[in-house]
Write a protein that binds this ligand. Structure first.
Ligand SMILES: *Cc1c(COP(=O)(O)O)cnc(C)c1O
Length: 395
């Protein structure tokens, strides 16, 4: 969904001419620092840490929260593989929770899945749709669980007026090529918790104890890994951030127009939302009563408009838990002794199986995603709306 152009080229050129590409030892006070400050302000959080991917943002967040072997984290059954992968990377076990019709974690299923080892909930704001954060935070408070929001697909989105990633204990963003704003690859972690932030700093920079910024850290040191941001990415992201409001405003206006243009039809309804105003507008979803109805509709739609790529999220490959082979087969690390599924502290863990979340599979199969391309003009969307109605009439 991202847009990129001459402004980013100019910003990158400035950084390269300036000769300071590294954020630490020279780049302090530069592009990355400015980007982090602006993100913290936008989200209304105390701390923001830019890292090299959404996956590493999640990993830094979980490490920051102290999650590890012996712990379980509740993860929705429909998400990018990175969400459960981050849990396993820190040595903990992901336990799958069903998704509701918004295709985000079903609050009703969360409490059913909480066990004695559950330490955190990892709601994912899929396709720009905010999760039921009120319900999730109420359960988290009641059971004393931490919450790490995966807002990788929802940069700039909000829930009841609060930005996503700023509601839980911590929140993660991705800036890869499929996200609302992008620098090719990148990510970031938001938190109000100083301990989580300091530990995330260490996780992202080999323990940090040799760095100048270490004066800000009063947590015990540990080694961590390397996923530092750099000044070129920082420069791109500062321009991307200027574009964010405009991108979201256009996506949301388009979506509002699209669903106002669709006449109600007994076959489908617009995909529901936990907060339509906070939705990023990057997906035009239709919910059908049954999988069979969705399949009939899809066949008619494809016949009428073979050039328009509609799809069902049930066919979205690695986003669907039944395709997470490395989890189902419990091959979760490069070395068997590092495999959380074999760690003594995780003994008696709850495995991921293909039967875990049948309701999710049903909800995915009842849903259609219409293509949303920010570069397409009004006439194109008018045609799609027209074909939806004709296909529904024939199905
Ligand atoms: C994109 C994405 C991530 C992280 O992806 P990276 O490629 O590591 O930046 C995590 N979770 C979800 C839901 C995503 O869509």
């Amino acid at each position: 969904m991202y847009e990129i152009g001459e402004e980013e080229i100019a910003a990158v050129a400035r950084v390269i001419r300036g000769g300071q590409l590294f954020r630490y030892r020279g780049g302090e006070g530069g592009e990355t620092d400015r980007f982090e400050k602006r993100m913290a302000e936008l989200l209304g959080v105390k701390h923001f840490l830019a890292v090299t991917s959404g996956t590493s943002a999640l990993t830094c967040g979980l490490a920051g929260m102290g999650i590890g072997p012996g712990d379980e984290v509740l993860v929705p059954a429909y998400t990018w593989l990175a969400s459960p992968a981050a849990v396993l990377t820190v040595g903990a076990i992901p336990v799958l929770v069903d998704c509701d019709e918004t295709l985000t974690i079903a609050t009703a299923d969360i409490e059913r899945k909480i066990g004695p080892r559950t330490k955190a909930i990892l709601p994912v704001h899929m396709a720009g749709q905010p999760c039921d954060m009120a319900g999730i935070m109420a359960i988290a408070t009641k059971h004393r669980l931490q919450v790490i929001e995966d807002a990788c697909q929802a940069v700039g989105g909000s829930y009841r007026g609060q930005r996503v990633a700023a509601i839980g204990t911590a929140g993660a963003f991705s800036f890869n090529q499929f996200k609302n704003i992008s620098c090719g690859e990148g990510g970031g972690l938001a938190t109000n918790d100083a301990t989580v932030y300091q530990r995330a700093l260490m996780q992202h920079d080999l323990g940090s104890n040799f760095r100048a910024y270490v004066k800000d850290i009063n947590e015990p040191f540990f080694l961590g890994t390397t996923c530092r941001f750099n000044e070129i990415l920082g420069a791109v992201m500062n321009v991307q951030l200027d574009r964010l409001d405009g991108i979201l405003a256009r996506l949301r206006a388009r979506k509002a127009w699209f669903f106002a243009a669709l006449r109600p039809h007994p076959l489908y309804r617009p995909m529901p939302s936990h907060d339509a105003a906070g939705d990023c507008g990057k997906n035009h979803g239709l919910t059908f009563a049954t999988r069979a109805a969705r399949e009939r509709f899809t066949a008619e739609f494809k016949r009428l408009a073979p050039d328009v790529a509609i799809s069902s999220p049930i066919d979205s490959g690695i986003h669907v838990y039944t395709n997470w082979a490395t989890l189902i087969e419990q091959r979760a690390a490069h070395h068997p002794l590092m495999n959380p599924y074999r760690h003594p502290a995780n003994q008696g863990f709850r495995p991921v199986t293909k039967d875990d979340c049948p309701k999710t599979l049903e909800n995915l199969a009842r849903t259609v995603y219409l293509p949303v391309d920010i570069k397409k003009d009004q006439a194109w969307f008018e045609r799609v709306a027209d074909i939806v109605q004709r296909a529904a009439g024939l199905a």
